[in-house]
Design a protein. Structure first.
Length: 88
């Protein structure tokens, strides 16, 4: 996990290996109308814009993630730097 602060932007890089949820059971394409995220999934985001933070949180809610498992970082530099400790 890396965070690079540049004059015109912030570059955040996170690389995680992941196995698709119950991928061994899927034999046909997923029906988007009935698809649901697993209940133990978290919605974690980072952005330094308050509007974008609210949009990320709403996106996670609309995706079906419970509010206690949604964490959006970025309100200040301390929280941005602390993101790595929370995620890793």
């Amino acid at each position: 996990c890396k965070i690079k602060f540049l004059e015109s932007k912030t570059v955040f890089t996170l690389s995680i290996s992941a196995k698709p949820y119950e991928s061994e059971k899927i034999r046909t394409p997923t029906d988007v109308k009935t698809f649901r995220l697993p209940p133990e999934i978290w919605g974690i985001g980072i952005d330094d814009s308050r509007i974008q933070q609210k949009l990320l949180a709403k996106f996670f809610e609309f995706a079906g993630i419970s509010s206690e498992k949604i964490k959006v970082f970025g309100k200040d530099s301390e929280e941005i730097v602390g993101f790595v400790d929370f995620v890793v």
